[in-house]
Design a protein around this ligand. Structure first.
Ligand code: FE
Length: 206
């Protein structure tokens, strides 16, 4: 069995926003349409995520669809910090308050879909949410960014190794590009930038 086959599945990228008196949002790659009559979507969110906690108490959300015009800053802003410790919308102006009271992101996105959750399925590490679509709008004609597009065009390219670094072993985070120096990566290592686990690192000889 080749576990890399999972990477052949294609995924979009989205900013998922909710409001429980406070606004928050996170990056997800799991939003898909599941039925058209009625129009319904599903998405899964890690339970460690503050947005998951918000969506336990509140049914309304918006999924903003990230386009190929998005920059790495958008991913850092919504993906690599937690709404528990940071107000992600403080000083953030590329947004629009939509019909259901949540926020759509208007830069680096090409549309948004708002919805109301009708079912929550416990998947252990994640919750799968099923929702009725309540509103949607187009924001630009730029193509949607896929996870592969993010990997190839948006995530910063690793720096060329200097002569002193040549042959050195590092572990590189596949999500954000962070490099851990050392022959072995501790099993319980968590990326200090994007908070992804050791399983998302690859060994690289410079
Ligand atoms: Fe990372």
């Amino acid at each position: 069995m080749n576990s890399k086959t999972m990477f052949r599945l294609s995924y979009g990228l989205f900013v998922l926003t909710a409001n429980n008196g406070k606004d928050n949002g996170c990056i997800t790659n799991t939003a898909i349409q599941v039925t058209s009559e009625p129009n319904r979507i599903s998405f899964a969110v890690n339970k460690a995520n503050y947005t998951n906690e918000m969506l336990t108490a509140s049914d309304d959300f918006t999924v903003s669809i990230i386009s190929e015009e998005a920059d790495f800053e958008l991913f850092k802003h919504f993906g690599f910090q937690s709404g528990r410790t940071v107000d992600k919308f403080s000083g953030f102006s590329d947004l629009k308050r939509v019909e259901n009271g949540t926020l759509a992101i208007t830069r680096g996105t090409n549309g948004y879909i708002s919805g109301r959750i009708i079912n929550r399925i416990d998947l252990g590490t994640h919750t799968l949410f099923i929702a009725d679509v309540t509103d949607m709008e187009l924001l630009s004609d730029a193509p949607s960014a896929t996870y592969t597009y993010y990997q190839e065009h948006i995530k910063p390219k690793p720096k060329e190794a200097s002569d002193a670094e040549k042959g050195k072993v590092v572990w590189r985070c596949k999500v954000c590009g962070y490099e851990y120096e050392g022959e072995e990566l501790p099993e319980d290592f968590i990326c200090p930038v994007c908070k992804h686990p050791a399983s998302d690192f690859e060994k690289v000889v410079k």
